[in-house]
Ligand binder design. Structure first.
Ligand SMILES: *Cc1c(COP(=O)(O)O)cnc(C)c1O
Length: 435
């Protein structure tokens, strides 16, 4: 399977090149040249497969021998070594818990798969791989823990100062070894701009073998399709086959993977793109005008993205018909007050604690179900992070109900290591060159 640039479909590369270069020179994003449609036999019997089996089947179809089957199987078994349960809250409402990996966020799927794919392709004696990653909080932790100790790699994480939670910051800054953290005096968009500029900088590219671990990397997108198939499999086991997914969205990698799964044949009725006040996509779905904006800061900080980088992929998936996109995807956005109210409603109704991102997905699902009362489909909202990562947003009563995992408690005593930098490219470049 080759991968093309969304800006120029005639520019095609092998999977390995797409993984290491992350972004084509023309600043498009890589997409598979063909989207394989999975067999009815597989799709109708999803309930007979485990998550790793589903993951292997889907990845094998997408990669088409870019990695030999036995190696791919080993990568998947090592990377996807935790569960993604769909938990029933009521007859019409399931929560898909994607936070059972080491960083307690869904980004573990992408980061763990990608780090193992990279290390697989990294032959002995090759130049050290330098991973640059901008994070609004959760990416950094997932990537740091995904690459920690992986030989011949070094990870540099850029995070916006004062805009990530304490636990997120601990996950970014307490690793040591091959992981270094940069605390940038700016927003997530500033961090992302620095990384993007580094990839186009000649001098840096001559000195280092740079690669990105952001959600633009195709090796992060692919494993995010796995849990949509696996969620559907779990519902099938309960006799349910009409499903809508509500996805809390920032950079639109998660929902982009869901739409890719749908294109591969997963029979999803509708995707709900749920955002915070950074509503570029819901506004587009209403008005037809795509107008990226500067990001604004919210309680659901992992979704504070005004110009979602994966949007290019979603447009590409629907390049034949923007109408079809509007049929398949509906958007809702909520402010912080609505988010807080949703957290409380979920707690009161189900005695279940959701993180602020997840709360937005729940709220959007409820609004969709209310506006489409005749729709029989079961709603699944994606829980993208464990609530303990965002302790400050909860009132005491709800905070007390959160079950904090042991791995988080252990972080508290580890020393923080981060280098503070401004948001100017020259300072960032000088830092990189000095190492
Ligand atoms: C990254 C993240 C999101 C947004 O996912 P995208 O793929 O960027 O749309 C939502 N919730 C949490 C907790 C996240 O970490």
């Amino acid at each position: 399977m080759n991968f093309y640039s969304t800006n120029d479909t005639s520019h095609q590369v092998e999977f390995k090149d797409a993984v290491f270069n992350s972004m084509p020179q023309d600043r498009g994003l890589y997409m598979p040249e063909q989207i394989p449609v999975l067999s009815d036999k597989f799709l109708n019997n999803l309930d007979e497969y485990t998550l790793p089996e589903i993951a292997f089947h889907v990845a094998d179809a997408l990669l088409d021998n870019a990695i030999p089957q036995d190696d791919l199987k080993a990568i998947i078994h090592d990377a996807i070594n935790f569960l993604a349960p769909a938990v029933k809250l009521d007859d019409k409402t399931f929560v898909l818990e994607l936070f059972h990996g080491p960083s307690l966020a869904f980004k573990d799927f992408g980061a763990r798969f990608m780090s193992r794919v990279m290390s697989y392709f990294l032959a002995d004696g090759e130049k050290q791989l330098d991973v640059l990653v901008a994070t609004s909080g959760d990416t950094g932790g997932a990537v740091a823990l995904g690459f920690l100790g992986v030989p011949n790699t070094r990870v540099t994480i850029l995070y916006p100062k004062g805009k990530v939670s304490e636990i997120q910051e601990q996950q970014l800054t307490t690793n040591g070894q091959n992981i270094r953290a940069l605390e940038i005096d700016g927003t997530f968009d500033d961090c992302q701009a620095l990384v993007k500029q580094a990839f186009t900088d000649k001098e840096l590219n001559e000195k280092f073998r740079l690669t990105s671990a952001n959600s633009i990397n195709i090796a992060r997108l692919i494993p995010q399709t796995f849990y949509y198939f696996n969620a559907y499999a779990q519902l099938l086991r309960q006799g349910i086959n009409q499903v809508v997914f509500s996805v809390p969205s920032g950079n639109f990698g998660n929902i982009g993977a869901g739409l890719l799964a749908w294109k591969m044949g997963l029979p999803v009725q509708k995707f709900i793109a749920a955002t915070n006040a950074n509503d570029t996509v819901p506004a587009y779905l209403k008005t037809g005008v795509y107008e990226p904006k500067a990001s604004v800061q919210t309680l659901s900080n992992a979704m504070d993205v005004g110009n979602p980088s994966n949007w290019a992929r979603i447009s590409d998936l629907f390049k034949e018909s923007a109408e079809q996109l509007k049929e398949q995807v509906v958007g809702y956005s909520y402010n912080d007050d609505e988010t807080t109210a949703a957290i409380k409603q979920v707690f009161d109704q189900y005695n279940y604690v959701v993180c602020p991102h997840t709360a937005i997905a729940w709220k959007a699902l409820k609004q969709y179900q209310q506006s489409n009362a005749d729709n029989e489909a079961t709603g699944v909202f994606l829980s993208t992070a464990h609530p303990c990562k965002f302790p400050d947003v909860f009132p005491q009563e709800i905070a007390d109900a959160i079950n904090v995992p042991e791995s988080v408690k252990a972080l508290e005593n580890k020393p923080k290591h981060a280098v503070e930098l401004g948001k100017d490219f020259e300072g960032f470049k000088a830092f990189l060159l000095a190492e």
